[in-house]
Design a protein around this ligand. Structure first.
Ligand SMILES: *Cc1c(COP(=O)(O)O)cnc(C)c1O
Length: 466
């Protein structure tokens, strides 16, 4: 399997190189040159498979000969055995033909574990084979950092440095990062804001000379192809549980960077009958504005009760634009260069094509809280604010009540107690047992000034073989 850039000018790469690469050299994102396609008969034959075996069927064509089948199977068994539920991604019924797929049973209680638990193992496998080492550097305002740290805690060939804004992440989120023990795990609290952290990461990728050529930086952010790949699996899993592939499904996806929902789009292209995908956004609604009016325009960032969806642009949307433009990299490049300067539209027939599959909705904080309260009153089931946005959008955008509607449950409500409190409920979502002692665990992090040379010096000094 070969991977090509959405901007058409970077060299094609194999799976191993795509794994270790972030952006393509032309600024684009890597996508498979062609997708595997499964017949209904083949998908049907996967009914009843344990999650990790289904994951093997769906993902093996992407990994191809980079990893021998037996090794890949073993890796997947390990990856999905750390989830605290036998079904890995259990479905919970909300109403007649309406469901939530709980993707928050992993170590950090958010769906990002599905991809990052696998990514850590993939990286270590490939680096072992190549006798290489990488430094993962990332900035986080919450979720991604902890999932990445958990994913890399057992890696031999990876050191991970995660920057978070000092005293500006919630205590649960900070503790999920800083209580993970491991010599290769380094938490840095920067005396600055999230943008400062992000800028330092970006500049460091641009000039890695501070590492002295002895190791190299790698990124695990949501544009990493392997993360998208791992997210395709649970669309198949949900469909098979509810009578697919002999009936089609609708999914509603709480969306930020468009990674999770793009995986659903790929599942459809690979042969899974999906008749509708709902893009559920918060007030940061660039995708909703595009889907409803064919205008793609950046607005100011808004801080909401669903912080993991607070974005100005959705990086993975470029991958969909690439397909909508007949995989013409130059057209995508031009469009996105223009989009950096002001509002852009795409040709009407391309936009209408996207609208055949995608609907969208933007849900503000008040409606998010209303939905948390409503679902609790109806079912005594507690939603986190991100999932609540998905459920609200699912109900607003539903096309056909005969088609099962599945909202992706992206986080556990205990991660976001403030939103639950703001909804007026007096219940407090408890942390699951395996995390109940989070507030007693020892924390490890270093506070550094908002200064890139100090941060780079720290990294150069503290990675494994420094
Ligand atoms: C990351 C995240 C999202 C958004 O997912 P994308 O793939 O960026 O669209 C939604 N909900 C939660 C809880 C998240 O952590």
């Amino acid at each position: 399997m070969r991977y090509i850039s959405t901007r058409g000018e970077a060299p094609a790469l194999g799976f191993e190189d795509v794994l270790l690469t972030g952006l393509a050299t032309d600024g684009g994102l890597y996508v498979p040159e062609s997708l595997p396609h499964f017949s209904l008969e083949e998908i049907r034959s996967w009914r009843g498979l344990p999650y990790s075996e289904l994951a093997f069927k769906v993902m093996h064509p992407f990994v191809d000969d980079a990893i021998p089948a037996d090794d890949f199977r073993k890796m997947l068994d390990e990856t999905y055995s750390v989830f605290a539920h036998k079904a890995v991604a259990p479905l919970v019924q909300l109403d007649t033909n309406e469901w939530v797929m709980e993707l928050f049973r992993g170590p950090t209680l958010a769906f990002k574990d599905f991809a990052l638990q696998l990514l850590g193992r993939l990286l270590d496998y490939v680096l072992e084979k190549r006798k290489q080492h990488v430094v993962i550097m990332g900035a986080t305002s919450g979720d991604t950092g902890s999932a990445a740290i958990e994913g890399c805690r057992r890696c031999e060939h990876v050191d991970i440095f995660i920057l978070h804004p000092h005293q500006r992440v919630s205590e649960v989120q900070r503790r999920q990062m800083t209580t993970v023990q491991g010599d290769n795990i380094h938490n840095i609290a920067v005396r600055g804001n999230f943008d400062d952290c992000q800028r330092m990461v970006k500049e460091s990728f641009g000039n890695q000379s501070f590492l002295g050529g002895k190791t190299q930086l790698a990124a695990v952010n949501s544009i990493n192809w392997a993360r998208i790949m791992a997210q395709i699996v649970y669309y198949f899993h949900a469909s098979l549980a509810l009578g697919g592939p002999d009936r089609s499904m609708a999914f509603s996806v709480p969306t930020g960077n468009f990674g999770d929902i793009f995986a659903g789009y790929l599942a459809k292209k690979m042969g899974l009958p999906i008749s509708q995908l709902v893009i559920a956004t918060n007030r940061n609604d660039i995708l909703h504005r595009f889907m409803s009016g064919n205008k793609y325009e950046q607005h100011q960032l808004e801080h909401t009760l669903s912080p993991s969806m607070d974005i100005m642009v959705s990086s993975n949307f470029e991958r969909l634009l690439f397909d909508l433009h007949g995989r013409d990299g130059l057209a995508v490049k031009t469009l996105l260069e223009n989009a950096a300067k002001g509002p852009v539209s795409i040709e009407d027939y391309r936009w209408k094509h996207a609208r055949k599959l995608f609907d969208s909705d933007a849900v503000d904080d008040k409606k998010t809280c209303d939905t948390i309260r409503e679902i609790y009153e109806q079912n005594e089931y507690l939603l986190d604010p991100h999932t609540a946005i998905g459920v609200r959008a699912a109900r607003n955008c539903r096309r056909d009540p005969a088609v099962p509607m599945i909202t992706l449950g992206t986080a556990h409500p205990a991660k976001f107690p403030d939103a639950v409190a703001e909804s007026g409920l007096t219940v407090e979502p408890p942390l699951p047992t395996h995390m109940a002692d989070l507030f007693e665990r020892e924390e490890r992090y270093t506070v550094l000034d908002n200064d890139i040379s100090g941060v780079q010096e720290f990294i150069a000094k503290h990675w494994k073989n420094a």
